[in-house]
Design a protein around this ligand. Structure first.
Ligand code: ADP
Ligand code: MG
Length: 341
């Protein structure tokens, strides 16, 4: 075959292969966009585990009508404009790939309104083929509907698991994001039935209640608040006491600048810190937030952005280990150390 550039839709479908693995990946991208748009309330409606419908509605800043088709273009983003911006990016997104990728493998519709505008606008995209921008009704904010995910990619469609399994992934994802954004409200429905309602939590008490909602009383009644600072790093969150340890590593949440992250440096430091207080084969439960200058961490390692690379991994490791070790020291005697303020 002669060398030819691939058509846009095909390029988007290939990109979708990297980022959009299953319905939960769509929910992740859409909810992250809502968070980036400053939404205070995010509603997620799912039908048939997401295979039939994924709808995310937010009350964020919205998209001006003229920019709707641009938002659907590949590598179009409002979040960075130069390489320098990438160094200090604090938004969840920045690659400008999610919307065109999702729209290329589904029947996609976006309706949006900026607070200052009188009307909303809507745009539908079917398997990557874009329609016209049309006037619509919508309160300030954005709703995105993704129907029949992978309808035009049979290999992927076949790969979808049972409805319950796919919904379970979505539920897990929303739990994780709700932990990182305690001040916003998240509502999740499946097949028209309410499943979760994580209410905005301003007070410490309300935050604990939400923690209980997300992780159960086993965790919230047996955890220790931590807060440490040093070397430009700030760690805060909750550490499960040894009595809250688990037979599986299924309640481990670590966020770097608000982004859920899996990282070997972090995992190792936490494991070491718990080594003295946990029996072999038990896994600690924790919800921890690390805050640092975004220039000290590279989030552009993988398209899904669930990996990061610390510029000074050793320092981060030692800070984490020392902070956690100290916090846990008092628990060895079987009682909790006082929570630092
Ligand atoms: P990225 O998030 O990496 O910028 P996306 O493809 O996810 O790329 O979105 C493209 C652009 O569309 C975003 O930069 C943003 O300007 C706009 N956008 C997407 N979703 C929303 C939303 N829910 N509210 C407001 N703007 C949005
Ligand atoms: Mg995005």
């Amino acid at each position: 075959m002669p060398i030819r550039p691939l058509p846009d839709v095909l390029v988007n479908q290939i990109a979708a292969g990297e980022v959009i693995e299953r319905p939960a990946s769509v929910v992740k991208e859409l909810v992250e966009n809502a968070l980036d748009a400053g939404a205070q309330r995010i509603e997620v409606d799912i039908e048939e585990g997401g295979a039939r419908l994924i709808r995310v509605r937010d009350d964020g800043g919205g998209i001006p009508a003229a920019e709707l088709p641009i938002a659907l273009q590949r590598h179009a983003t409002s979040k960075i404009a130069a390489l320098d911006d990438l160094e200090s990016v604090m938004t969840m997104g920045f690659r400008g790939e999610a919307l065109p990728s999702i729209a290329s493998v589904s029947r996609f519709a976006i309706t949006s309104r900026c607070a200052a505008d009188e009307h909303a606008s809507a745009l539908a995209v079917d398997g990557g083929r874009m329609g016209e921008v049309e006037p619509a009704q919508h309160p300030p904010g954005t709703t995105i509907e993704v129907r029949e995910l992978f309808y035009n990619v049979p290999a992927r469609r076949r790969f979808l698991r049972a409805e319950r399994t796919e919904f379970g992934h979505i539920d897990d994802l929303l739990r994780t994001l709700s932990l990182a954004h305690g001040e916003r409200r998240f509502v999740l429905r499946h097949n028209g039935k309410p499943v979760r309602d994580y209410r905005a939590a301003a007070s410490e008490e309300a935050r604990l209640k939400r923690l209980q909602e997300a992780l159960g009383e086993g965790f919230s009644s047996q955890c220790l608040a931590v807060a440490h600072e040093g070397a430009g790093l700030r760690l805060h969150g909750w550490l499960g006491l040894p009595t809250a340890s688990r037979s599986q590593a299924d309640q481990q949440f670590f966020f770097v600048n608000g982004r859920p992250v899996r990282d070997r440096v972090v995992a190792h430091a936490v494991k070491q810190a718990y080594a003295d207080v946990l029996f072999h084969g038990r896994h600690p439960a924790y919800v921890l937030f690390l805050e640092l200058d975004p220039r000290r961490v590279d989030v552009n390692v993988h398209p899904a952005k669930s990996e990061v690379r610390f510029r000074d991994g050793r320092l981060v490791h030692d800070f984490l280990f020392r902070s956690l070790h100290e916090a846990l020291a008092g628990t060895r005697a079987g009682h909790a150390a006082p929570a630092p303020q």
